[in-house]
Design a protein around this ligand. Structure first.
Ligand SMILES: Nc1ncnc2c1ncn2[C@@H]1O[C@H](COP(=O)(O)OP(=O)(O)O)[C@@H](O)[C@H]1O
Ligand SMILES: [Mg+2]
Length: 133
């Protein structure tokens, strides 16, 4: 089950739409790839001048010792699930760069065995016309 919860009346931001879409697709793709049972939830909100987007899953989770590593190029967790599912280990490294180019942050919260939540915070740089509307 995949749900998306988008806050009402989100302001219109400025940014590289194509690259930010790649980031979201990568996070959602990972969630779908690694989650065998349960749910994936995508949440979008505007908080204190930035957009906050969370992709949460009930997949295998990521041990604390691996949580920084996975944002580095070519790094995959050395688990059977990662080995079975393939991939290049580049998605999160590229995502982190794109988010940081927008002045934002990406972080993961996870408990091994009970899922992961990847959270993006991206400063709004709201369009003036949208602000006035
Ligand atoms: N939602 C997730 N649940 C569990 N592990 C994850 C999740 N997302 C990423 N990982 C771990 O982080 C690694 C790096 O992810 P990524 O950079 O997207 O590379 P890839 O998907 O090509 O393996 C994955 O190989 C996996 O070990
Ligand atoms: Mg990936």
């Amino acid at each position: 089950m995949l749900t998306a919860t988008v806050a009402e009346k989100l302001p219109i931001g400025r940014g590289d739409e194509r690259r930010l879409t790649q980031v979201l697709l990568n996070l959602a793709g990972n969630a779908v790839k690694f989650t065998e049972t349960g749910a994936i939830d995508i949440l979008a909100d505007a908080v204190d001048g930035h957009f906050e987007i969370t992709v949460r899953d009930t997949g295998p989770g990521i041990a604390s010792k691996d949580q920084a590593l996975i944002f580095e190029e070519f790094q995959q967790v050395d688990s059977s699930s990662t080995k079975q599912k393939g991939g290049t280990g580049l998605g999160l490294a590229i995502s982190k760069r794109i988010v940081e180019m927008h002045g934002g942050t990406i972080e993961v919260e996870s408990v091994l065995g009970s899922g992961s939540a990847f959270r993006l915070k991206i400063p709004m740089r709201v369009e003036e016309s949208a602000e006035a509307a």
